[in-house]
Design a protein around this ligand. Structure first.
Ligand code: ATP
Ligand code: MG
Length: 268
């Protein structure tokens, strides 16, 4: 099992959108994938259906109120499951973060599912609070969306510092990559920031894929679906996540299950 935490210090940069859509793309490509919502405001739940928002999840697993198999939500893809954050009253949000901060609860959770899941994607709340720290102490990789805007480069450095600090304390998380999100190809300020990032960061730190700003993401979150399920013929931006998933698979060294992978005959 490989754990990937989607983290950023700044809110609203597209973490939940990236976590949901990349989990969907990884599952479509054949990895048994679990998307775990660690945002006590239930952001995955909110962007999917009301059923997910109201379901028990991580909070109930942590308090031992329910066994894990009853908390997992199946999706229309056999390979994709969702574990919601669960029911956390706003006043209890700090307790939820505290319980998760050591990473022990999340490591327990992963241990139970070790044989059934290939990839766990953690959607985290913004900032470097308890849930995010717990995810980073559990995950093998971190993925950091940055919005194509002027403060982006500074924020990237803080994520790198955090990961370095956690590794010094014994965590094994490494950076899978920085992902430029909400890129506006027609806007000079947006492309300038992207160019600055491409020039200032080592090439292997940045995903070659970037996610464009596109109204389809708003439509998809209003409809409660990954953008690939917005309509029968998925909009072009869904392909950005196919490409991202393929790139991510290479970066995390995901070995194809088929032992003899290679060209597949077009004609017998
Ligand atoms: N590439 C995109 N193009 C257009 N809109 C987007 C894109 N990515 C995300 N959005 C929209 O931007 C808003 C914020 O995105 P999202 O919720 O994914 O960010 P977040 O980092 O998870 O936020 P938070 O820090 O609150 O958890 C949402 O309304 C989402 O639909
Ligand atoms: Mg979010």
């Amino acid at each position: 099992m490989i754990g990937i935490a989607v983290v950023s210090q700044k809110g609203g940069v597209g973490k939940t959108t990236v976590a949901l859509n990349v989990a969907y793309a990884l599952a479509r490509r054949g990895s048994r994938t679990l998307l775990i919502d660690l945002d006590p405001s239930g952001s995955i739940g909110l962007s999917l259906t009301r059923r997910v928002a109201k379901a028990p999840g991580v909070a109930e697993f942590a308090s031992r109120a329910a066994p894990l198999e009853r908390l997992l939500i199946e999706t229309r893809l056999n390979e994709l499951m969702i574990l919601p954050a669960g029911q956390v009253p706003p006043l209890r949000a700090p307790d939820f973060a505290n319980i998760l901060s050591s990473g022990e609860v999340l490591r327990d959770l992963c241990r139970v599912l070790r044989d059934d899941i290939d990839i766990v994607v953690f959607d985290t709340p913004s900032g470097f609070g308890g849930a995010t720290l717990g995810a980073l102490k559990t995950a093998d990789y971190a993925m950091c969306p940055v919005q194509a805007e002027p403060v982006a480069a500074r924020l990237v450095l803080r994520v790198l510092d955090l990961i370095a600090g956690l590794r010094e304390e014994g965590a094994h998380v490494t950076l899978a990559g920085i992902l430029i999100t909400m890129l506006q190809q027609q806007s000079k300020p947006s492309t300038t920031v992207a160019e600055e990032l491409w020039q200032s960061l080592p090439k292997d730190l940045l995903f070659r894929t970037s996610i464009p700003r596109d109204a389809a993401f708003l439509d998809a979150s209003a409809a409660g679906v990954p953008v690939g399920l917005l309509r029968r013929r998925a909009p072009p931006v869904a392909m950005a996540f196919e490409q991202l998933a393929a790139e991510l698979e290479q970066r995390i060294g995901l070995v194809p299950k088929e032992s003899r992978d290679g060209p597949i005959a077009l004609v017998d």
